[in-house]
Design a binder for this molecule. Structure first.
Ligand code: HSE
Length: 438
């Protein structure tokens, strides 16, 4: 059979890795796909670098629209990133009847509903394994491997940059700012690290996983996002003393009142496997009603791991290219007319437990005042520690762990506690998850 022709948009780190792995493993890939997969055209702003990478094997152009509209191209790989030009290119490619493979989580989380509708209209596929957790085949697992299950919840470490920073803060006892600079020096964090450290990148990926797990549209704008820039080395240390690790966790759960969709620093028991995922690695725990808890671990970024996911999609699309659209795996795992409109819960309605740290003057009655406010808001204390004051100091840190409670009650209690004259500064609040698998 004649090879399938691919147009590659963007030959940076992931594009270069894709080009290289596809060439290196061409024989194995052809044996699997049933026909050759050949990159015929490459679009990149840096023509010189692109030509150096691809040699004579493909046509190189600076005009990505030339690639998406070229009649010889069957599949377009979009590795440009961002939402502006990438959206226009993807929509144009679909309109021209090309299948699209993309690693662009921001694009799918924010414009996915429009993109999938366009793909359906034109009878083509949009594949996005590389958009979530790099080389880990989590989309394949959720969309196909777990289709028998009612998915109950997902909890993932899906941003390597922030996980690297948290691992370093814990191991070295260093503050956030210092570790961020180190991560930037090592090339793990970007010059503008906002998307990674503020949980936005993780929320994009979580939005995609929630959609294919629960059969809902992409709802990025309803996701709650809180990053790691406000975390102190002291809280990481106190958590450790209590048997917990702090991770930037992306959580989605089917709760009684709606679906939780939230990214925030989270205390998790140190004995959990996922609590021991360190550095830039990613891991995702998925709880299905039939299978129980399953965990997926691997490299969440990097040229070759991400290329692995891009090429897996290329093979899938190649195999399904000639299939009738109704017989392909639906983009969002559920049939398009079966998507549900179940609401995303506002964070104030989410039930979880909390780590609270407050600095107080070491005087009689302080604890009584604080615990009275918690009781008035129906918050039950699970554990409590008072740290020794430093010598000559009359201020102490009190750490409380609560039982499950609804977030709006905790907000009300914190606001009240902060008005007590014996309380110094703000109360630190970090959500906790037990991630029990029963
Ligand atoms: N910047 C991401 C991370 C990888 O740090 O995990 C690409 O999504």
């Amino acid at each position: 059979m004649k090879p399938i022709n691919v147009g590659l948009l963007g030959i940076g780190t992931v594009g270069g890795g894709t080009f290289e792995v596809l060439a290196r493993n061409q024989q194995e890939i052809t044996r699997r796909a049933g026909r050759g997969i050949v990159i015929r055209m490459v679009a990149d702003k840096d023509l010189e670098r692109a030509r150096k990478l691809v040699g004579d094997s493909a046509t190189v152009t600076a005009d990505a629209f030339e690639v998406v509209q070229h009649p010889d191209i069957d599949i377009v790989i979009e590795l440009i990133g961002g939402t502006n030009i990438a959206q226009k290119l993807v929509l144009k490619a679909l309109e021209c009847g090309k299948h699209v493979v993309t690693a662009n989580k921001a694009l799918l989380a924010t414009c996915g509903n429009e993109i999938f509708a366009a793909a359906r209209k034109h009878g083509v596929m949009v594949a996005f394994e590389a958009a979530v957790a790099g080389g880990i085949p989590i989309i394949k697992a959720l969309r196909e491997g777990l289709t028998a299950n009612r998915i109950e919840w997902i909890a993932g470490i899906i941003n390597g940059t922030s996980n690297f920073i948290l691992s370093e803060m814990r191991e070295k006892g260093t503050d956030f700012g210092v570790v961020l600079k180190e991560a930037q020096r090592l090339g793990y964090a970007e010059a503008d690290p906002t998307f990674d450290i503020e949980g936005i990148d993780a929320a994009h990926k979580l939005t995609i996983m929630a959609a294919i797990s629960f059969g809902i549209p992409m709802r990025f704008k309803d996701a709650y996002t809180e990053g790691i820039s406000g975390l102190s080395a002291a809280d990481i240390r106190y958590a450790e003393e209590l048997g917990y690790r702090i991770k930037l966790l992306a959580i989605t759960r089917r709760a009684a009142k709606g679906i939780e969709l939230r990214v925030h620093p989270t205390l998790i028991p140190a004995r959990r496997l996922i609590a021991n995922v360190e550095g830039v690695m990613n891991a995702i725990l998925v709880k299905g009603d039939a299978v129980g808890a399953t965990m997926y671990y691997g490299a969440g970024a990097g040229a070759y791991p991400t290329a692995s996911a891009v090429i897996a999609d290329l093979v899938d699309v190649t195999r399904m290219h000639t299939a009738d659209p109704e017989h392909r795996v639906p983009h969002l795992a559920f049939q398009p007319d079966q998507l549900s409109n179940v609401p995303i819960l506002p964070i104030t309605e989410v039930d979880t437990s909390y780590y609270l740290r407050l600095r107080v003057y070491d005087r009689p009655g302080v604890l009584a005042d604080v615990t009275r406010i918690l009781a008035d808001n129906a918050i039950s204390i699970d554990a409590m520690v008072q740290k020794e004051p430093s010598e000559g100091d009359d201020q102490v840190d009190i750490i409380m762990l609560t039982h499950l409670t609804v977030e709006k009650n905790v907000n009300a209690a914190i606001a009240k506690i902060e008005t007590l004259p014996v309380v110094i500064g703000k109360v630190t609040r970090i959500r906790m998850e037990q991630l029990g698998t029963q």
